[in-house]
Structure formats: structure tokens, C-alpha cells
Design a binder for this molecule. Structure first.
Ligand code: NAD
Ligand code: UDP
Length: 336
């Protein structure tokens, strides 16, 4: 079985390539390296002792995709490629709509042309917006606060329409909660360009001395310690969810959404405490203002993925912090 992984050199994509190769899948990666480097794929090969096929391809490049589909028999696609910075999407909405939505449409068209109608799509818990917690898949989605979130919602809707028009499609929408952690080899992990937006890479750069101080965004929320609650999930657990989803779509048709989270909420202060324990470092932080658009608390009801995909998260918050720190210390200057 051959899987095309768009965005396969990125954070979640690279961990998923490792799990796919370990399971014996053939892997073809399409990435334009906008937010990653080809060396990540060398490391995936080093971890697994296997090789993958790679294309420097933008998913908006129709001819580039045609070449991939003509040179390979692709059984299913895992579609990670996209831009993901929430704040940037508010400043540059058209860039986000063009890259994420136009790129996805070109990809789906070329899949249909090639007769490949099986896809796992990287969606996000952000599609739930202001719903009550825990989030469940049958809740109404789309009340989202950023252009980034809207791209995820729109692409889910587009895939819904694609399935309605052609019932041969098999589509899995994975709604990720907050992926953190790294592969335990320390060879791959989250390696954002510039100053990180997300909590975990920010914390680890403060701990290693690359950034002076973490600002906790808000200490006056109506939560147990006043800081926001999120559902953190180890990236390897998340990667494995894609294998469960691929196994499912290879044998069925239809469209289903699944929450991929631990089902547990941790506050920002919980994460700081766990990280200090894992790293043995005292973290320099202050409590600052709330960040615009942040919800006080959300976490998953992951029972649908547990029962229908037979997927279960294995790693706890301590392991997530240990693996993040291991990656950070082994790659103080990132992956070159
Ligand atoms: P990432 O930026 O590390 O990986 C995305 C990859 O896609 C990068 O390698 C980038 O170079 C590539 N890419 C971007 N646009 C492309 C294009 N037009 N053509 C080809 N390649 C392109 O991000 P990630 O954290 O691995 O996220 C993967 C997916 O999961 C994204 O779609 C993201 O929106 C989604 N997601 C991420 C999170 C998270 O917290 N990391 C949460 C929910 C959903
Ligand atoms: N956060 C923080 N300081 C930072 C980055 C994030 O306090 O420098 C908080 C943020 O308010 C949220 C949580 O950490 O409550 C997770 O934020 P992240 O951006 O990682 O993910 P999000 O849940 O926003 O997608």
C-alpha cells in the first residue's frame, strides 16, 4: 500500500511518516518546505532504516501533483500540507485561504482524476468554537474565530460536498487537539521558524536559554488556577491515529470526523510544572494579559476514535515534556 503524505516533512507529518514506514507502508511525500527542511525526511529514514520517495511539490501546483499520481499508484492520501499560524492568518487571510483552501481543492481534483478517493485530512479542534466541553463530533461546527480555523471548517465542508457528489470517496476528518512532544529518538520534533506561537516550543526555548521568559496568556480565567485548559496529545499518539484512520478508509466509503485528543484538560501552569520536572530547570515566566481569541478551556471526548478507530492514546503529560526536552537539547539550533 502506498500513501501520499502532503506536508510530510512538517511536525506531525514527519512523525506519521515514521509510523507508516514502521508499519510497512510505502510512503511518498509532497512538501514545498515552506515550514520545514528536507533534512527532516533524512532523519525519518534514519529512524526507520527505510526509504521514502519525496517530491518538492506545492499542492497548488497541478502539474506537480499530476506527476506524483502518474509516477506512483497512490492508495490513499494523508493531507497535512497547510499554513497553521492562527495570528498570522488574521493578518494575512488571503494567503491562508489561497494556500490551504485552493491547495486542497487542487489536491482533491487531482486525486479524483487519478481515481484515488481515500483521504485523511488534518482538521482541528478549533472548528468547535464556543461549544460546551467536552467537544463531541456531532456538535455544530464552524463558529470559529480566525481565518485559519475557517480554512479547516471550509475544507471539512468541501470534503462533505465531495462525498455527497460521489459516494466512492472515503474521508476521515481528524480533529486534532494540542499536539506536543517529539519522537523519542530526539531526531524529529517541533521546530518552528522564528519565535514560536505555541506554548510547548516557547517553553522549551525558554528552558534552553534561547528566549528570556514565557508569558502565560491570562491568569484570571474561570479555571482551577486561572490559566487556560487544553487537551495535550503526544505527537506519536497523534501520528498513530492516522494509521488507524488509513486502515479504516482503505476498507470503507463515507465521511467521518474523529476527535484526536487525550480527553483530559491541563492548565498552562500544569504544563509548566510538568516541564520543570522533565527538564530539571526552573522556568522563567510571568502571568500576562489574555491572548485575543483564546477560549478558557476545551478538551476532547475521544470515545468515537477509541471505539470506531480502535485508537487509544498511550503517553501522558510527563512523557510529552520529556520527549520535547530531549528533542530540544539534542537540537538546540533546530534541524538544519
Ligand atoms: P507544519 O507546518 O510543521 O507542517 C506542515 C507542512 O506542510 C510543512 O512541512 C510545510 O512546508 C508544508 N506545506 C505548507 N503549505 C504547503 C503547500 N502549499 N504545498 C506543499 N506543502 C506545504 O505543521 P504541523 O503542525 O505538522 O501541522 C500539520 C497539519 O495539521 C496542518 O494542516 C495543521 O493546520 C494541522 N493541525 C496542526 C495542529 C498543531 O497544533 N500543530 C493542530 C491542529 C491541526
Ligand atoms: N500560551 C501561553 N503563552 C504562550 C503560548 C501559549 O500562555 O506563549 C497558552 C495559550 O493561551 C493557550 C495554551 O497556552 O491557553 C496553548 O496555546 P497554543 O498556542 O499552544 O495552542 P492553542 O490551544 O491556542 O491552539
Amino acid at each position: 500500500m502506498t500513501i501520499l503524505v502532503t506536508g510530510g516533512a512538517g511536525y506531525i507529518g514527519s512523525h506519521t511518516c515514521v509510523e507508516l514506514l514502521n508499519e510497512g507502508y510505502e510512503v511518498v511525500v509532497a512538501d514545498n518546505y515552506y515550514n520545514s527542511v528536507p533534512a527532516v525526511l533524512d532523519r525519518v529514514e534514519k529512524i526507520t532504516g527505510k526509504t521514502l520517495k519525496r517530491y518538492n511539490c506545492d499542492i497548488r501546483d497541478r502539474n506537480g501533483l499530476k506527476k506524483i499520481f502518474s509516477e506512483n499508484t497512490i492508495d490513499a492520501v494523508i493531507h497535512f500540507a497547510g499554513l497553521k499560524a492562527v495570528g498570522e492568518s488574521t493578518r494575512l487571510p488571503l494567503m491562508y485561504y489561497e494556500n490551504n483552501i485552493s491547495g486542497s481543492v487542487v489536491l482533491f481534483e487531482e486525486m479524483a482524476q487519478a481515481g484515488c478517493k481515500k483521504i485523511v485530512f488534518s482538521s482541528s479542534a478549533t472548528v468547535y468554537g464556543n461549544n460546551p466541553i467536552p467537544y463531541k463530533e456531532d456538535m455544530v461546527t464552524g463558529d470559529v474565530s480566525s481565518p485559519y480555523g475557517r480554512t479547516k471548517h471550509f475544507i471539512e465542508q468541501i470534503l462533505g460536498d465531495v462525498y455527497k457528489s460521489d459516494n466512492e470517496w472515503s474521508i476521515s476528518l481528524l480533529r486534532y487537539f494540542n499536539p506536543i512532544g517529539a519522537h523519542e529518538s530526539g531526531l524529529i520534533g517541533e521546530d518552528p521558524n522564528g519565535i514560536p506561537n505555541n506554548l510547548m516550543p516557547y517553553i522549551s526555548r525558554v528552558a534552553i536559554g534561547k528566549l528570556p521568559q514565557l508569558t502565560v496568556f491570562g491568569g484570571d480565567y474561570d479555571t482551577k488556577d486561572g490559566t487556560c485548559i487544553r487537551d495535550y496529545i503526544h505527537v506519536v499518539d497523534l501520528a498513530k491515529a492516522h494509521l488507524c484512520a488509513v486502515a479504516k478508509i482503505l476498507g470503507t466509503t463515507g465521511i467521518e470526523a474523529y476527535n484526536i485528543g487525550n480527553g483530559k484538560g491541563y492548565s498552562v501552569l500544569d504544563i509548566i510544572t510538568a516541564f520543570e520536572k522533565a527538564s530539571g530547570k526552573k522556568l522563567n515566566y510571568i502571568i500576562g494579559d489574555r491572548r485575543e481569541g483564546d477560549l478558557p478551556a476545551f478538551y476532547a471526548d475521544a470515545s468515537k476514535a477509541n471505539t470506531q478507530l480502535d485508537w487509544h492514546a498511550q503517553y501522558d503529560i510527563d512523557k510529552m515534556c520529556e520527549d520535547t526536552w530531549n528533542f530540544q537539547t539534542k537540537n538546540p539550533d533546530g534541524i538544519k
